[in-house]
Each structure stands twice: as C-alpha cells, then as structure tokens.
Design a binder for this molecule. Structure first.
Ligand code: URA
Length: 434
C-alpha cells in the first residue's frame, strides 16, 4: 500500500478501504506521510466527499491515534458537550458550571480558535493564572473533587485530528461534513464520555451555512455515535448573528461572568438552557426538558452556578479576584464607539465578517504561530430585528493597534445591514435531533 495510490483513488472518486484510511492516518501522525501528500488527500476528500463507512473508519482511526480516556471512575453517565463552532460562542463557560452545580460530572477538553471562530481554551487562558494544560490524572481528580474540570486537548488525545485540523485550517478545507463530523467525533470518542450533546451551528457565522447541511452533519455525527456506542443529541442553533454581545477572549469571559451572576443575553440563555436540559437528561438526572430548564434557572438565581464557576477557576490556578471584580481586567488601549449612520431596523449581521475583524485585531490567530491578544475584540450593541436611530451605538471596538483599529471601523459598519421595514427577530433554536 502506498499514499500515492490512496490519493489517486480519492481523486478519482473511488471509495477507500478501512486499511487505506488507517494507513493514511497512522502515516500522517508519525510523519511518514508528508504535509503536501496529506493536503492533497484532504482536498480530494473535501471535493469528493466520503461514504458513511469511510467517515466511520476515519473517525475511529483518528480517535485511536492516541490515548483513549477511561472516565468510568466518574460514573455510568459521563456527558460531554461540543460545538461545531461560532462567533461569540461562550456557551461552554456558562453552561458547564451550571450543570456541574446540579451534580452532572463535567470533564471537558476544549479546543482553540479555528478559522474565524473562537475557542474555549483561548478564552479560559485570558483569566490570569488559569491552567488549561494540566495532566489527565489531575483532570480526572478535579472532577472527582469538585465535579468539574475544563482543559485543553492533551497532546496525546486524537493527535491525528490535531494535525489534520491544523492542516485543514491552512488549506481552506474546514467546511466539509465528513471532515467536521470525524474531527469532532474522534475527539469525543477519545475523551471518554458515553453521552454527548452537540451544538450544531447554522448560518453565516458557522461552518454550515444552511439548515439542510447542518441536519446532514448532525445525522452523520449521530450515526457515528451509534456505531461507537455513544448516545448523541444534536441541538441546531442559529449563527446568523454572533451569540450574545461580545466577541474576544476577555470580553467573552466578562459576558460569561455576568451571565452566571444572572444577567444573561436572551439568545445565549436559550442555547444554554436547551443544551443543559439535554445534558441533565442524558446524565439520568431528569427526563422532563422544561423542568430541567427551570432547575438551571434556579441554580443561577441561587448563586450556585456562579460559585461553581469560581471554584473551577480557583481549582485550576486562576485568580478569581478578576472574576469577582471584572474591572480588574486591563482594557485595550483604544476603545472606539461606532455609531449608526441611519435610522431603521437591523436586517442582517455578517457574523463571519465580525469573526474575521476580531481575529485581525488579535483575538484569534491569522497564522498558527500568532500570539493571542486577550484584550481586543468587539461589543455588539444591536442585534437582528432591533430598532436603531442615527447616532445610536452600533457597537464598540477594543483594539491595541491604531492601524488595526482604523481598518476595523469600516468593516464593522459594513457588517450590519439596516433597512426601513420592520424585521422579525430570528429563531435561536432551529431543531433537535436524537
Ligand atoms: N470543531 C472541531 O472540533 N472540528 C472541526 O472540524 C470543526 C469544529
């Protein structure tokens, strides 16, 4: 078997065998397959797709390319959560402390930003002292001690996915159903949970731009889950505008803190409650979705969710004085308010463009080796369907570089379409698939 024949087959739309997929995944992980050969194969997969059997084989090969965690110590029903990615998506930071406070064991490995989307690990690292790179033993011990741990993906967890994920990002091959499904499910299989709630985002700020593709992605992940003995629920959510009002690492930590203190954006609340109520159900803590949502709201009101957030941060070395007083976070050098140039209703927001602006300001990586600037980002003051008048605040740009700020201002304004006619507020939850 050799890699050239495998590339040739996929290029010519011939189905790959399990042995061929294993050969590629093992070879690329250990360096025998080069980056340019892997890039050719990934592009051929992107263009020609994969059968269900190929997707399952790719997922399993990536999942078993490294260590597979055994979380059975934490109970029969360990529930994990993952998002297919979005703009301003700080759901993990808010949701996980709530469900942990309700007794659901939370052992979650998160990723860094990919393309124009943000990543939970980058957000956590904007909290001074917070350590995302703990050992697996410490991770499991934390969950045993306080019921929750959030860390970065360890070097040895699905290492093939880590390499392929970075490669896809650098050759414009992210938006592919077989590649996203296998990437997410390989990590979820390797991280050991047996129940998984997936947030499948849809819209211009997501990798899936339309609902039919999102449903196909959800169906693919549910099928992989069945074959791997994992129960998977997918919640389809709207990403035609950013989630919540902030984009950027420190800014999103501040929004998450306020949310856990009871001041939560309505759209964020809907996503948190929907995902959480299914996590609680899968964990075996209550089958009634509406009463699970009520338990979550009570948990926020009582302050228990916020206390769990503080406990999580302190337990992983973070300085909770920044959380208890978010004004301690240092501001970016330039804070620029963008005003509306006309009256009307917000018709659309180009979430992907806002994600890119935030990335260019330094909140994400344009190149793999870029260092994240935690302070920069965007605040959105008006969402789709809201009325706006000339000179009302459209949003605020936080920047540390004058030139980057200058470039961001016009692009920020162009990301909003304002019309004269009344615009309906869009639905947030677009469907649930089990
Ligand atoms: N999230 C992942 O983990 N992988 C993808 O390919 C896309 C989003």
């Amino acid at each position: 078997m050799n890699i050239l024949d495998i590339i040739c087959k996929k290029r010519d739309k011939v189905e790959l065998s399990k042995q061929e997929i294993n050969f590629f995944v093992e070879g690329y992980t250990n360096g025998e397959v080069t980056d340019y050969q892997a890039a050719a194969l990934i592009m051929a997969i992107y263009l020609n797709g994969m059968t269900d059997e190929e997707i399952t084989n790719l997922t399993l090969a990536m999942a078993y390319s490294g260590e597979v965690l055994d979380l059975s110590k934490l109970g029969e029903n360990v529930v994990d959560k993952h998002s297919t990615g979005g703009i301003g998506d700080k759901i993990t930071l808010i949701l996980m402390p709530i469900v942990a406070a309700l007794g659901v064991p939370v052992a979650k490995m998160s990723g860094r930003g990919l393309g124009f989307t943000g990543g939970t690990v980058d957000k956590l690292e904007s909290i001074p002292g917070y350590n995302t790179q703990i050992s697996v033993e410490e991770f499991i011990q934390n969950v045993e001690n306080i019921g929750i741990s959030l860390m970065g993906q360890t070097l040895n967890l699905a290492p093939a996915d880590k390499k392929i994920y970075a490669l896809r990002d650098s050759i414009s091959c992210v938006e592919s159903i077989p590649l996203i499904a296998s990437s997410i499910m390989s990590k979820k299989i390797a991280s050991g949970a047996n129940k998984i709630v997936l947030e499948v985002t849809v819209g211009n700020g997501a990798f899936m731009k339309d609902i039919d593709d999102a449903k196909k992605l959800a169906e693919t992940m549910i099928n992989i889950g069945k074959l791997a003995g994992k129960e998977v629920v997918c919640i389809l959510t709207n990403m035609d505008e950013p989630l919540g009002y902030s984009i950027g690492n420190t800014l999103e930590v501040i929004e998450a803190t306020e949310a856990l203190q009871g001041d939560m954006d309505e759209d964020v609340k809907q996503v948190v409650l929907e995902l959480g109520s299914y996590m609680i159900k899968l964990a075996g803590f209550g089958d009634d979705i509406e009463s699970n949502k009520q338990k979550m709201l009570d948990c926020i009101d009582s302050g228990m969710a916020y206390m769990k957030f503080l406990e999580l941060i302190q337990n992983q070395g973070g300085d909770i004085s920044y959380i208890n007083d978010v004004s301690k976070f240092e501001n970016a050098k330039y804070i620029y308010t963008v005003l509306s140039e006309k009256d009307g209703y917000i018709k659309s927001i180009d979430a992907q463009s806002l994600g890119k602006i935030s990335c260019e300001l330094g909140a994400g990586r344009v190149k793999k080796e870029d260092v994240i600037d935690n302070q920069v980002g965007l605040i959105i003051n008006k969402k789709i369907g809201e009325k706006i008048e000339k000179d009302d605040i459209l949003g605020i740009i936080h920047a540390n570089d004058e030139l980057k700020l200058k470039n961001a201002i016009e692009d920020f304004k162009k990301s909003f379409t304002i019309c004269e006619e009344y615009v309906e507020k869009p639905e947030v939850i677009l469907g649930i698939m089990e």
